[in-house]
Design a protein around this ligand. Structure first.
Ligand SMILES: [Zn+2]
Length: 435
């Protein structure tokens, strides 16, 4: 095991042992630990906090002259874990069978450990950017939306975290298709347009079914429509390019994206499962409520639907697609969250550097732009700094997308130690290429 890999592995083990399940997060101890590590290596570190218990770490390595700022971003909070479902304690940070085990081993303390180990090694060896600046930013509160983390930091302290290039979570795990190896670079994220469907009726005593007008049973047909189909596709540039590269079928020209995804499904069901929602607006009903009492016929019922919308499309587009599924009558629709999707151009100096590195490290493999069905903290940076090119990229070659995808937020989350070394070498190399 090389020195870089050893440093990243030990950092990851230590990080996992800080319980940063959000809520409440309680990230301070982990952030102080990282701050000390980076300060000792030569970084200028600051802890910036909206809540004293939940600081964000900004570590800076200035260069000799003016130039671009490269920011290595990660979050140190995690989702919860149920220890009884795990074969290792989720906060043990155990190293066993070639893996580091624990909550955050993939999402995303591994990337924090790789970025911090790589940046520290560079600084300790005396490397400084020839131009520009290297930033390492570790935020709190990603898993609950970033109100104490990236959102707050980019809005309240934009001068501390302004950057031209950003590398964050969201992509980089290898997958194979048709004998070729691909590394997805996450260039875009869908927006969130959550809404409530309300049906109305007349209250009455439940012992006399025809007395009132039951708002809940009116949900039956609406739920069935949501079960039967998704809206028509709105294929954006990243999934179009991905399908073209994987299937040879160009949905922009004469191709049929629905047919292309079916062909992909035959070859690789899991890959199709992940790519499919990026091809258009998606609607997923998640919660329903009606009468407060079991003996009262409800006069109102409410169904909540999690709706995700490709970047470039807004509320009117979302409503049009939803009405295509639900029809326009018999209910009321209210959006209660409307966040437009975001993206960075897939062609950039940063993409060139990522692709060149992959080409050298895994000959024959290629990078390919991808869209995330969910979102990450990249959206706050893209909002605050429109010129910033932000990608999700954490290269992993030993564990494939098929192995890592089910572990995210799941039981027995773990990372192959060789991948931690692989990613750390990437973060060690990237600043020297760009700055
Ligand atoms: Zn994450």
């Amino acid at each position: 095991m090389g020195e870089l890999e050893r440093e990243a592995t030990e950092l990851l083990q230590r990080l996992i042992r800080f319980n940063t399940v959000n809520p409440p997060g309680a990230e301070r101890a982990a952030q102080e630990f990282l701050s000390e590590h980076l300060s000792a290596a030569g970084f200028q570190c600051e802890l910036l906090a909206r809540d004293d218990a939940r600081p964000n770490l900004v570590a800076r390595l200035p260069g000799e002259g003016d130039g671009p700022v490269l920011c290595l971003l990660s979050h140190v909070d995690t989702v919860l874990a149920h220890p009884q479902e795990w074969s290792h304690d989720p906060w043990s940070g155990d190293e066993a069978d070639g893996f580091v085990w624990g909550r955050g081993a993939i999402d995303m303390k591994s990337q924090t450990a790789a970025e911090v180990a790589a940046a520290s090694a560079l600084a300790r060896a005396g490397w400084r950017p020839a131009r520009g600046e290297l930033l390492v930013v570790c935020v709190a509160d990603e898993e609950a939306g970033g109100a104490y983390g990236a959102q707050w930091l980019t809005q309240e302290h934009p001068d501390r975290v302004r950057c031209d290039f950003l590398v964050n979570e969201g992509g980089g795990t290898v997958f194979e298709h048709d004998g070729r190896r691909y590394y997805g670079v996450c260039c875009a994220e869908k927006g969130v347009f959550r809404f409530t469907v309300t049906t109305e009726g007349v209250a009455g005593h439940a012992s006399i079914p025809r007395m009132g007008d039951n708002a809940l049973t009116k949900m039956g047909p609406l739920l069935q429509r949501l079960a039967d189909r998704q809206p028509s596709l709105d294929v954006g540039i990243e999934p179009r390019e991905l399908l073209r590269r994987l299937t040879g079928d160009d949905p922009a020209a004469d191709g049929d994206p629905a047919a292309a995804i079916e062909r992909l499904r035959e070859a690789d069901p899991l890959l199709a499962l992940i790519v499919e929602p990026t091809l258009g607006v998606s609607v997923t009903p998640t919660r329903i409520r009606a009468s407060e009492k079991i003996n009262v016929i409800p006069s109102e019922a409410q169904l909540e639907v999690d709706c995700r919308v490709p970047p470039g499309l807004g509320e009117a587009d979302a409503r049009r697609r939803i009405e295509e599924v639900l029809g326009a009558d018999g209910y009321r629709l209210d959006f209660h969250e409307t966040v437009v999707g975001n993206r960075s151009p897939a062609e950039s100096v940063l993409m060139d550097a990522v692709s060149a590195w992959i080409g050298e490290q895994d000959p024959g493999a290629e990078t390919v732009p991808m869209m995330l069905p969910g979102f990450t903290d990249s959206r706050w940076f893209r909002n605050a700094f429109p010129e910033c090119v932000a990608y999700g990229f954490f290269p992993q070659r030993h564990m494939t997308l098929h192995e890592t995808a089910p572990l995210i937020h799941g039981a027995d989350e773990r990372i192959d130690v060789r991948d931690l070394g692989f990613a750390t070498r990437f973060f060690h190399d990237l600043p020297r290429r760009l700055l």
